[in-house]
Design a protein around this ligand. Structure first.
Ligand code: PEP
Ligand code: MG
Length: 585
């Protein structure tokens, strides 16, 4: 038995066999052929190129309609590579002369072109190399019957082990047969961790080369609360895992009783408790846990699940269904937040050197106006079925907000002209998740209807720590003075301009911070499902005045460490007093 410490990413316990997954990077198989097989191999090559070409053509058509051309141009240039005589001639020559199969010959021909490009110093040629490699993978997949190269979910209950998974991979894997996740990379607020929490699957990340190397079938125990991985657990460890799981079930069952009660302090102050969701399958759980609405619908996951860009009507169907199932409770649709660690090949958001500072969120949407407007129209149409609010991610200033609102006006005018039913006046809000938005909160508050604080990104950008990098995850400190000051400033600016302020980052799901959020004056807290009743319980126990004074005390401290220690003592003392009171009554 071996134990490894990682980063707790999603609470819960799992025990089961390892199922390693990796994105399939196809290496061309190589085999010798006989002279009389040459024409058959050339024919196979022709068919594979045609398959790849059809696939790209299909993407180009979709993208030029949706993205206004830029990304489609890149794909169109991939088509040109496939038509290039050099590639054809070189591949056929290698098949004939070296008597090897078509895949190996094609890969050799592409390899030669890439090395020639590598000799050229100019940057544009170097950038083309990625495209060439992309084309190569497409053709190799086409040889393989065009299997998309996506991950295959396990067929038996297993613990997924990976170096890293993109959120789109995780969404594609779904929940069936997945007992837990263990990953070498990632931090507690990386999007994969968030998705695991939403799906209710225990996860430990940041295991630094411990997870991916494990052989398939090896039994592991995953402790998503302590952030521990145990390989080949002994019977005592397995038994303690089972006991802890039973304990969790009992605690959660007790909290079910809170479902229909408001998050109201003993002195009558109410906070709206909402749920964050990524996928429609989470709606029922959100309701079962007592969510008063959806405070953050991360719409990009619906795109990832779909596998291609959904049309306006397809989006209306999914969005409308969520609104309908929420039965009159509000749903905050956050517009597409791709980029950062949420890249998706077909959307054209590519890997970048500095992804979190790159083409992400509202920047991507404003650059892809067609796609953005389609989504906005779909949201407005879904709003015909119930209360809907719209929110933009990654806002850094008023210009972006104005541009996004302008597109909303155009979208509504088009819907009117088309005679399509829609929601009319919707509340329009922004995520406050960049330090710029915090500093400009006064200005932004005059031009929108609400703020929702995205603490995951706000902490990442304020403390300059990549949320997906396990080496700097120790810097994720919600009680850092810079963060507390930022939150206080945003609430104050919002309230001064008469708009409501909520939080939808993971900070809102940390039970130990519930009193702090209450004391800061937040009107709404949106959490991942499991956390909701726990946060509600704390609010129902705490007076507003007390919570305010706690925040006042925390804000006098100079370091996150001091604040963490102060809060831990405070909570212990409160627990002691509550136990005393209960035993007296
Ligand atoms: C956040 O940044 O806190 C947030 C809620 O958005 P996301 O985690 O999707 O970036
Ligand atoms: Mg964010």
């Amino acid at each position: 038995m071996k134990m490894y410490q990682g980063i707790a990413a999603s609470p819960g316990y799992a025990l089961g066999p390892v199922y390693p997954v990796a994105r399939r990077q196809i290496v061309a198989p190589r085999r010798a052929i006989a002279a009389d097989e040459v024409s058959a191999e050339i024919e196979r090559f022709r068919t594979a190129v045609k398959g790849a070409r059809d696939q790209i053509q299909d993407l180009v058509e979709r993208l030029s309609a949706e993205l206004g051309g830029t990304e489609a141009d890149i794909l169109a240039s991939q088509l040109l590579v496939l038509e290039d005589e050099l590639v054809w001639d070189a591949t056929q020559a290698v098949i004939r002369l070296e008597l090897i199969n078509a895949e190996a010959a094609f890969s050799r021909a592409m390899g030669d072109i890439v090395s020639r490009f590598l000799e050229i110093e100019e940057q544009t040629f170097r950038e083309r190399i990625n495209d060439l490699q992309d084309v190569e993978q497409r053709v190799l997949r086409a040889f393989d019957g065009n299997r998309p190269g996506s991950l295959q979910p396990p067929t038996e209950p297993s613990v997924i082990a990976a170096r890293n998974l993109t959120p789109s991979d995780t969404a594609a894997l779904g929940r069936e047969n997945i007992l837990g996740y263990i990953m070498d990379e990632g931090g507690s607020t990386s999007h994969v961790a968030i998705l695991a929490r939403s799906l209710g699957v225990p996860a430990v990340v940041g295991l630094r080369n411990r997870a991916f190397r494990l052989a398939a079938g090896r039994v592991v125990a995953v402790d998503g609360i302590a952030g521990r991985l145990v390989v080949d657990p002994d019977e005592a460890t397995c038994e303690s895992m089972r006991m802890l799981t039973r304990h969790e079930v009992v605690v959660n069952e007790k909290l079910v009783g809170l479902r229909d009660l408001p998050a109201e302090t003993p002195d009558g102050h109410r906070v709206r408790m909402m749920a964050n969701i990524e996928l429609p399958l989470e709606v029922d759980e959100a309701l079962a846990r007592g969510a008063e609405g959806i405070g953050l619908l991360r719409t990009e996951y619906l795109f990832f699940q779909h596998g291609t860009i959904p049309t306006e009507d397809e989006q209306v169907t999914v969005y409308g269904e969520i609104v309908r199932r929420m039965g009159g409770r509000p749903v905050v649709f956050r517009t597409l937040d791709v980029g950062g660690d949420k890249v998706s090949d077909y959307l054209g958001a590519k890997r970048e050197y500095n992804p979190f500072l790159g083409w992400r969120g509202i920047r991507f949407s404003l650059a892809n106006r067609g796609l953005f407007k389609t989504q906005i129209k779909a949201i407005w149409r879904a709003a015909a079925g119930g209360p809907v609010k719209i929110m933009f991610p990654m806002i850094t200033g008023v210009e972006e907000l104005r541009s996004a609102k302008e597109i909303c006006r155009e979208a509504v005018a088009e819907l009117d002209a088309q005679g399509l039913e829609h929601g009319g006046e919707l509340e329009i809000g922004i995520m406050v998740e960049t330090p710029a938005a915090v500093m400009a909160a006064d200005l932004l508050a005059t031009e929108c209807d609400f703020f929702s604080i995205g603490s995951n990104d706000l902490i990442q950008y304020t403390l300059a720590m990549d949320r997906g990098n396990e080496r700097v995850s120790y810097l994720y400190q919600p009680l850092h003075p810079a963060i507390l000051q930022s939150l206080a400033r945003v609430v104050e600016a919002g309230h001064a301009h008469g708009i409501w302020v909520g939080i939808c980052g993971e900070m809102g799901s940390e039970t130990r911070l519930a009193e702090v959020l209450l004391g800061l004056g937040l009107d709404e807290i949106s959490t991942h499902g499991v956390a909701l009743p726990k946060i509600k319980q704390v609010i129902r126990w705490t007076g507003l005045a007390e919570a305010r004074s706690l925040v006042g005390d925390l804000m006098k401290l100079s370091t996150a460490e001091e604040a963490n220690a102060f809060l831990a003592l405070y909570i212990a003392e409160r627990k002691r007093l509550r136990a005393e009171k209960e035993s007296n009554s």
